[in-house]
Every structure is written in structure tokens, then in C-alpha cells.
Ligand binder design. Structure first.
Ligand code: F0G
Length: 337
């Protein structure tokens, strides 16, 4: 399978002879959600962005950001991250032969993401601070040093991520009324709106933030964001205006969901739909269930990252294993109980 840059060559800012750093990202599954469809009385689909090479939607943006960095002659890439951007940047940097450095909030990123960044050989810096502080510092860092910044303030990230909107419209023959999406730094909702616009479509965009990290809902930055959904633990989104323009322009909404609602949706997706996403991703479904999407008939919930990213939360929030002695009687009892 070819990657995004090849597939969408005419819609992305690359020429035929430009270097392409790809891991075969994009072309992710869009699966129907029968349980949710019945529950909400609409046709609900799940876009499984966890099926990207590093397990999150970030790879769409990263193939473009890192390819552009190579074209520009960069030697290193750097980012601030709640985890997924770090994992993706580390992988694409490794692929490109560039050095990678990622700055993450200490103790606040999921285990799988940390393992990825380390395995891909990035320098992982655990900041005694939150994501917003990390982003401020990394912006200052690249002013003074020749490194490519690959956060979603990088335009190539938005360009790559807009391709998910193309895939949805292609798969649904344009019959999409509403999109539910988690919002953190607000790059992804910005990207979808751009992609829809370029295809001449305008579904309503419903963005959902965790209640403890909902600056766009409150209309003011949150100094100390807190949520179980560590990926969207962000108090001052970089793409604030664009996100609000997307919501307003599409006549959608930006709303909050509690950690409890997020975890309920997280478990429901795994137990009823067979889809394991990470907690932040479940905010899209939590929002659909808590707030609805008006009279929309066809709804897509974007599941931004794979559940295996965060095994710790899964183990803490699910059932326990059944201990068993190694004899048939005990096994019968354990299995049939
Ligand atoms: N879902 C997941 C799984 C994420 O990792 C992120 C962002 C979002 C949703 C929100 O997307 O920031 O474009 O609004 N993760 C970033 C990171 C911040 O560093 O990995 P957004």
C-alpha cells in the first residue's frame, strides 16, 4: 500500500522528485458501529486511526512534516507531546535517518507511547511541567537551533492530516452529516475542516474536550489541565482560532465530556463494538452519547489512537484475571463460573 503523499500527490505540497518518508500511513478502516447506531438512532461509523503505522492519526501529518524537513535539509526534528506525536516523530525521524528529540510532561504519558519513542531512538525529555509549557519551550528552542518543529503548528502536519477527511468522503460517497472528534491542541479538527472544504463538503464538526481540560469550551486557557485522557491534557491549544472557525463555520459545537463519560465510552467501544481505542479517542463517542449531534443521519466518530497505547489505564479500568490451579476441575469452575 502506498502512503499518503503518493496517494494524494495532487492535493499535497510536494513535487514528484521530493523525498518521501513514509511508513504506509493512511487508508485506515471505517467500520460501522451497530451497537452505537441503535443507541443513538443514526448510522454511526468509526474511523480507526489507531490502524496507522505507529498507532495514531499523527502519522498522516508526520509523513508530510518529516518529508518536508528532509527536503529542507534539516538534521533533527523536535516536538512537544502528550505521547502520540512523540511516538510518530520518533518513528519517522528514525526512518529518515534524522535525530529526534521529544519533550513530554513527566509521568503523564501512556506507557506504550514512551516505549515507542525510546525504541525508535529519540531523545526523550521528561519535563517537570505540562504540555503547554513544553510547547512554549520547544518553540523557543527552534528559534535558536536548526531543528524542524513537527508539532501541529507546522503547516505540513495539517496538510497531511486533512487526508482523513478525503478518505471519509470517498468511503461514504459524500454522505456524511456530522463528525465527532476529540480536541486537544486542535490541529486535527483544523485539518478535517480543511480537508472537507477542499472536497467541497461541510459536515457539522462536533469537537469534544475532557471536562478538566476544556479551554475552548470555557473560552479561556486552563492553567492546570487534568484528565484521565492524557493525550488531550492540554490547557491552551495552539490552533485555537482555527478550531473555533471550524466549529462555527460547520454549525457544529465544541463541548466537554467528563472522565467518567470518557471511560464509559472507552469500555463500551471495546466490549460492544470490539474496538479498543485509547481513552482520549473515546471522547468522540462519549460526546456523541452525552450531547448528541442534532438530526444528523450519518455520523463518523474519529478514534484517534489505538488502545494498546495505554495498557495501564485499560488494566486499571477493566475486569480482573481469574487465577486457577492446573487441574480440569478448577479450570471448569473458572471458565464456567
Ligand atoms: N487523540 C489522541 C489519541 C491524541 O494523541 C491527540 C493529540 C488528540 C486526540 C487531539 O488532537 O491535538 O490535534 O486536537 N495528541 C498530541 C500529542 C497533542 O502530543 O500526541 P489535536
Amino acid at each position: 500500500m502506498s502512503g499518503l503523499i503518493e496517494r494524494y500527490a495532487s492535493r499535497l505540497p510536494f513535487d514528484r522528485d521530493d523525498p518521501v518518508i513514509s511508513l504506509g500511513e493512511g487508508s485506515t478502516p471505517l467500520v460501522r458501529a451497530p451497537f452505537l447506531s441503535k443507541r443513538v438512532g443514526a448510522e454511526v461509523w468509526l474511523k480507526l486511526e489507531g490502524a496507522n503505522p505507529t498507532g495514531s492519526f499523527k502519522d498522516r501529518g508526520m509523513t508530510c512534516a518529516v518529508s518536508a524537513a528532509v527536503r529542507e535539509g534539516a538534521q533533527a526534528v523536535v516536538c512537544a507531546s502528550t505521547g502520540n506525536t512523540a511516538a510518530s516523530a520518533a518513528a519517522y525521524a528514525a526512518r529518515a535517518g534524522l535525530r529526534g528529540a521529544v519533550i513530554v510532561p513527566e509521568g503523564k504519558i501512556a506507557t506504550g507511547k514512551l516505549a515507542q519513542a525510546l525504541m525508535h531512538g529519540a531523545r526523550v525529555i521528561a519535563l517537570r511541567g505540562n504540555f503547554d509549557e513544553a510547547l512554549t519551550l520547544v518553540r523557543a528552542l527552534v528559534e535558536a537551533h536548526p531543528m524542524a518543529l513537527v508539532n501541529s503548528i507546522n503547516e505540513f502536519r495539517i496538510e497531511g492530516q486533512k487526508t482523513a477527511a478525503f478518505e471519509l468522503l470517498d468511503d461514504l460517497d459524500g454522505e456524511l452529516d456530522a463528525l465527532c472528534i476529540p480536541v486537544g491542541n486542535a490541529g486535527n479538527i483544523t485539518s478535517y475542516w480543511r480537508g472537507f472544504g477542499e472536497y467541497g463538503a461541510a459536515p457539522r464538526l462536533y469537537g469534544f474536550q475532557a471536562a478538566g481540560a476544556a479551554p475552548l469550551v470555557h473560552g479561556a486557557p486552563v492553567a492546570e489541565p487534568e484528565t484521565v485522557a492524557s493525550a488531550i491534557r492540554i490547557g491552551n491549544p495552539a490552533r485555537w482560532e482555527e478550531a473555533m472557525a471550524a466549529v462555527t463555520g460547520s454549525r457544529g459545537a465544541i463541548q466537554a465530556v467528563t472522565d467518567e463519560q470518557i471511560l464509559d465510552a472507552y469500555r463500551l467501544l471495546a466490549a460492544r463494538e470490539g474496538v479498543f481505542c485509547e481513552p482520549a479517542s473515546a471522547a468522540s463517542v462519549a460526546g456523541l452519547l452525552a450531547h448528541g449531534v442534532g438530526d444528523a443521519r450519518c455520523v463518523v466518530c474519529v478514534l484517534t489512537g489505538h488502545g494498546l497505547k495505554d495498557p495501564q489505564t485499560a488494566l486499571e479500568r477493566s475486569g480482573s484475571v481469574v487465577p486457577c490451579a492446573p487441574d480440569l476441575g478448577a479450570v471448569e469452575q473458572a471458565v464456567l463460573a
